[in-house]
Design a binder for this molecule. Sequence first.
Ligand code: DAH
Length: 335
Amino acid sequence: MDSTVSLKTLIDELEILEKEAEKEIKGAIEQESLEKLRVSFLGKKGRLSVLLSSMGKLPGQERPIIGQRANILKTGLLDLITKRQESLKSEDLKKIIASEAIDITAPPSGIPYGHRHPLISTTDRITDIFLGLGYEVVEGPEVENDFYNFEALNIPPNHPARDMQDTFYLDDNLLLRTHTSPVQIRFLENNPPPVRIISPGRVFRRDAVDATHSPVFHQVEVLAIDEGLDFSHLRGTVMAFLKEFFGDLPVRFRASYFPFTEPSAEVDVQWRGKWLEVMGCGMVDPAVLEGLGIDSERWTGFAAGLGVERFCMVRHEIDDIRRLFNSDLRFLEQF
Ligand code: DAH
């Protein structure tokens, strides 16, 4: 350029520079590239400075013309950069707003799923097995009266069996049921034999809390009445059920006593080298049937009652019954 520097060529070149810069600034799509453009066109070592460094070769009176022209160009371009910066900012903002917008019509995502409490799933498992054996599920009230909870089950007032089943009384007659056995009576009152029912539910006793006792727990009652049922049917049913639930754990029947069954037995399974009592059972006492107006010469039957907590604890190797009631998610999430 040296030898050909003239006012005209410099002005031409300034115009070229201006057009290019304008075009690039308008086309910039990021804040950072705008800064780079500013440096490369208007910075200390930028194209404008390079151009102006040849101004010294112009005659003295022509220099201010170029100087003035360059200043206008510079302010114009800086102005353009600022404007572009602002519009980019608002475009960014629009993009952010668009990307962060909440679509309230979208389906929810990432909702944690709950699942059944181990006591419920144990009850379900027990119920399923008996449904498979042809039993029907019935329920009874948790608030019972003395007649259904005790008397109709051959447990008169002052009978020593009441000691083991002290409970919470609402008044002299109403109480929280101590077992699911009253459902036997309620069902037989309205449904003549033959019957095959189970009744799962919550029961209550005045027990202090420890690793194996809780004042609230759950039972499943079993009742079958038909012509010709005897102890072998009871045994066969209990064995089939336990095998289905526990697999091949050893089982034993032990003679026992319940006021509403005769003969009665308790059933143990061998678990971790020890015999563990899992249910009570027996042939329904004829006195119970006669009390309901059922001919005990014709109809016989068996009954059984089991504690759901115990089944659940063996099934899941849980060492303390309180874990089943204190709703600690760290524990419950394991099932
Ligand atoms: N109701 C008894 C209890 O809670 C358990 C029981 C034992 C129920 C023998 C029965 C049975 O139906 O035949 O201790």
